[in-house]
Every structure is written in structure tokens, then in C-alpha cells.
Write a protein that binds this ligand. Structure first.
Ligand SMILES: [Zn+2]
Length: 91
């Protein structure tokens, strides 16, 4: 049996294959969901520092994502799977 690792961000336990580790601090493990979240946060910071047409499009996408999550539409029976699929493919 493979030991599970606790994510340093959300605290959920995942197998080693379900986490990524920091380069200089390999003791820090972050689950893939949190790693994607952190990537999106980093992209948002970069977009704020360097406005561009692409950054504006991503801003609109992030605003739509916030609305979806705020209303819980990603959990709806019909539209939820589509929204989750789209969300996982957004930059
Ligand atoms: Zn996590």
C-alpha cells in the first residue's frame, strides 16, 4: 500500500502521484487541484502587471469562473459537467 501525502494547501490526502513538490523544499506537497489553482492565481498576477488583449480575455474568463463558483453552477446536474470541463481547460 502506498502512503498518502497531505496537501499543504487544502489538507486533503492524495497518493504521491497526485501531488507536486516544490523544487527547493521537497517536503512541501501540493495536490494537483491546488497546483492548478496556484497557477491561475500566478497568471492573474502576471496579467495585472502586464495588461494586454490576452490578459483582458483571461480577466473576463476569471470573472465568469468566479460567478459560476459563487452560484454553485458547476454542481448542477446538466450544465455542471460542461462547466467543469470548460474550467479545467481555461488558461
Ligand atoms: Zn490541495
Amino acid at each position: 500500500m502506498t502512503a498518502e501525502v497531505a496537501c499543504w494547501c487544502c489538507g486533503r490526502s492524495r497518493p504521491e502521484s497526485g501531488v507536486v513538490r516544490l523544487g527547493s523544499h521537497p517536503e512541501v506537497a501540493v495536490c494537483l487541484s491546488c497546483a492548478h489553482y496556484l497557477h491561475q492565481q500566478a497568471r492573474g498576477r502576471e496579467d495585472a502587471l502586464r495588461p494586454s488583449p490576452g490578459a483582458r480575455v483571461r480577466d473576463v474568463g476569471r470573472a465568469i469562473r468566479r460567478q459560476v463558483i459563487q452560484h454553485g453552477w458547476q454542481h448542477k446536474p446538466v450544465i455542471g459537467p460542461v462547466l467543469r470541463w470548460l474550467g479545467s481547460r481555461m488558461p
